[in-house]
Design a binder for this molecule. Structure first.
Ligand code: PAF
Length: 284
C-alpha cells in the first residue's frame, strides 16, 4: 500500500489505473479511523479493483469555534489500519496542497443542506461538497462509499453528483454501531466514560421511537416528545435538534405515514454527536 501526499501524483496514478481498465473506489475520511471506516473500506473492495482512502481533516467544513484544531489525528495508526483493510492507496494531502493561499472556489448544494445540521453549522456542507468534489477530481473514482450516519451529507453528495452530472456511483453504507448501540464516530474519542454513557441516550431514543412506530404510533409530536424526554433526562446533554423528516427531501413530517427519517444532533459536554434512523411503517 502506498501513501501519496501530492495531488499531481494521485492524479497520475488514477490515470494509469483507468487506462489499465482498473475500477477505482474512493473512501473519503478525515482519519482517526475506526471500525465504521474499516467497514466502508471492506464494502469498497466489493465494488472495484483499487480502493483509495483519503485522510484529510478538511478545514473548510469546520465553522469558527468548532473542533478543527483538536480533531483527533493519528496518521501512523490510520496507515496501519488501512493497510490491514487491504486498500491500495492512502491519499493524505497537506492542507496547503488542497487549499493554496489563492484558493477561492466552492461547491454549494442548496435545499437539502438548509435544515438539520445546516441550521447550526451553516457553512459545513459547502466545505464538505467542495472537498468531496476536489477528491473526486483528484482520485478520479468510478464509485465512492459514504456512511449513512452523516445522512444529510450523503444526500448533499448524491445531489451534487446528480446535478453536476458526475459519472460516479455513490454507495451509502448503514451506520456501524458499538455493541451497546453508540454510533461509531471519531468524535467519540472526546467522551469520558460518564459522557459516553450519556451519549447512549441518542441510540436508545431512536430505538424507543422505532418501537413506538412499530406499535402503531403515527403522531410525530408524540414520537418526538418521547425522544426529547429521554434525551433531556441527561444533565450533560443539550439537544441541537430532534427532527422527523422525509428521507428524500429532509422536509419536516408531522404524521408518520411512510419511511420517515428521525435525525438527532446533541452536545454531550462540548462534543456534538449525530445519529439517525429511518422509521418504517408496517403494512401487514
Ligand atoms: O464524513 C467525513 O468524514 C467528511 O465529511 C468527508 C466526507 C471525508 C469530507 O471531509
Amino acid at each position: 500500500m502506498r501513501i501519496i501526499e501530492r495531488i499531481s501524483e494521485m492524479q497520475h496514478q488514477a490515470a494509469v489505473w483507468r487506462s489499465g481498465g482498473r475500477r477505482i473506489v474512493l473512501v473519503p475520511t478525515m482519519g482517526y479511523l475506526h471500525e465504521g471506516h474499516l467497514t466502508l473500506m471492506r464494502e469498497a473492495r466489493k465494488h472495484g479493483d483499487e480502493v483509495v482512502v483519503s485522510i484529510f481533516v478538511n478545514p473548510t467544513q469546520f465553522g469558527p469555534g468548532e473542533d478543527f484544531e483538536r480533531y483527533p489525528r493519528d496518521m501512523s495508526r490510520d496507515v496501519t489500519l488501512a493497510r490491514e483493510a487491504g486498500v491500495s492507496m492512502v491519499f493524505a494531502p497537506p492542507v496547503n496542497e488542497m487549499y493554496p493561499e489563492s484558493y477561492q472556489t466552492f461547491v454549494e448544494v442548496t435545499e437539502v443542506t438548509r435544515p438539520l445540521c445546516g441550521q447550526s453549522r451553516p457553512t459545513h456542507f459547502r466545505g464538505v461538497t467542495t472537498v468531496v468534489m476536489k477528491l473526486f477530481n483528484i482520485v478520479k473514482p468510478h464509485a465512492a462509499v459514504f456512511g449513512e450516519k452523516d445522512f444529510q451529507q450523503l444526500m448533499a453528495i448524491r445531489r451534487m453528483v446528480s446535478d453536476l452530472n458526475l459519472d460516479i456511483e455513490v454507495i451509502g453504507h448503514p451506520i456501524v454501531r458499538e455493541s451497546d448501540g453508540l454510533a461509531m464516530s471519531s468524535r467519540n474519542a472526546y467522551l469520558d466514560s460518564g459522557q459516553r454513557e450519556i451519549a447512549l441516550s441518542l441510540s436508545r431514543s431512536l430505538a424507543e421511537a422505532e418501537r413506538l412506530v412499530e406499535s402503531g404510533e403515527r403522531h410525530g409530536k408524540i414520537v418526538l416528545g418521547k425522544v426529547e424526554e429521554r434525551l433531556k433526562g441527561n444533565g450533560e446533554l443539550r439537544i441541537d435538534y430532534a427532527k422527523l423528516c422525509n428521507p428524500e427531501t429532509l422536509q419536516d413530517v408531522t404524521e408518520i405515514r411512510g419511511p420517515t427519517l428521525l435525525a438527532l444532533a446533541a452536545f454531550v459536554g462540548k462534543t456534538r454527536l449525530i445519529d439517525n434512523k429511518v422509521l418504517h411503517v408496517r403494512t401487514d
